[in-house]
Design a binder for this molecule. Sequence first.
Ligand code: BGP
Length: 466
Amino acid sequence: MSICTLPEGFFFGAAMSGPQTEGAWQRYGKLESLWDTWSNERIEDFHNRVGSYAGNDFTNRYKEDFELLRSLGLASWRTSIQWTRLLDANGKLNPEGSEYYHRLFASAEAVGLETFVNLYHFDMPTYLFRRGGWESREVIEAYATYARIAFREFGQEIKYWFTFNEPIVEPQQRYTDAVWYPFHHDFAQARTVQYGISIAHSLAVAEFRELQGTGQVRADAKIGLINCFTPPYTKEDPSEADLLAVRMADGIDNRWWLDLVTKGSLPEETIGALSSRGINLPVRAGDEQILAQGTVDWLGFNYYRPERIQAPERDVDEYGNPVFASEYAWPDAVMNESRGWEIYPKGIYDFGMTMARDYPDLEWFVSENGIGIQGEGAFRDASGTIQDDYRIDFVRQHLSWIARAIEEGAKCRGYHYWGVIDCWSWNNAYKNRYGLVEVNLDNGYSRHLKKSAGWFKRVTATHAIE
Ligand code: BGP
């Protein structure tokens, strides 16, 4: 077996989020998020009726979880502060919530784990959603205030900050594909939300810079954005219309964010194409200056799958939305059937090289990558350990392509595996498991290493990908 290596200084860590791990949904003064509201209203939408309430019991186990992460050789972990826990319903600091996060971060530091903090992971407070969510300037301003409070509160503790995780996902899941609450099929509304998040991101970066200037945020701190970039591909012998569709999908999903965080503006070609079909963003005087402040210090690249695109099969869909691109079913696609996502490890290399070419100064790390499998119990051996060779294979291939991209000039600095410890996957709940560590729901959320944990530990120790 050939062995390739990742450079010295390349870091390994765990990607997590507050809403998927913390549980304790009513403790420490936490308010309702849209996940709690959806769970309360339609629990039958959640796999096995497991709603947002329990996470993976992290709040009761974080000390032991941090030891576990360290024992796998990980140097860092990412979580998100929950807006609904840090602030009260008047938008003021909730002391109980803030003490909780101080305890958490101190506990990670005590075992030598660097904490990366993200401020928003699809978890809109319900009372703000009812005031218009990302379509409302009042809510966007409230987010900027929340970010400011968080930076001030934890500015001496936390070095690595992120404004949003996957800002493209709410426009898609909530407003285009109608699979998440409030289940809309409205392309124009999705773009308004996307624009609102872009303004919110930029305002938060401006707050960060100001507080760093006055010493309230430590001088060595960095701010970034995390997105699930989807390297776009089309047919081998594409038509002009196929290529145009690729540019449009790439523009909305990827370049929108890459331009925002490197140039402080949105891609003109994409905005122009939207406008030519009657989709106009709710631009206000002064927005250009706000967006110009959205440039970041580095970027998180969540990679799960590519997107395969062809020319649209129709101009308008059944809901009256303009269609710019259709999915192309590539006959050679290898699928993760549990999740319905294509597995294409080379995509991480291709997109890394695109960034190296088009955004050469941008530093980044792989902020999520992993594979969720249904029914992993079938892979348990006689000793009770899940033999997840498919996961080892998945991570090995992705790390190998990352190593190659770095060799060829990509500025990739590290890798956070998504989950590490099994966690709650939104409305899929515990259907698909991502962890290197199993969580046993029938035994008080107890943790058990899977085979992949041992393999990953060797990689973190040697940087060699066997
Ligand atoms: C990313 C999210 C994570 C995580 C992961 C796996 O999009 O940032 O929150 O959930 O995907 O996806 P899922 O849990 O839907 O299977």
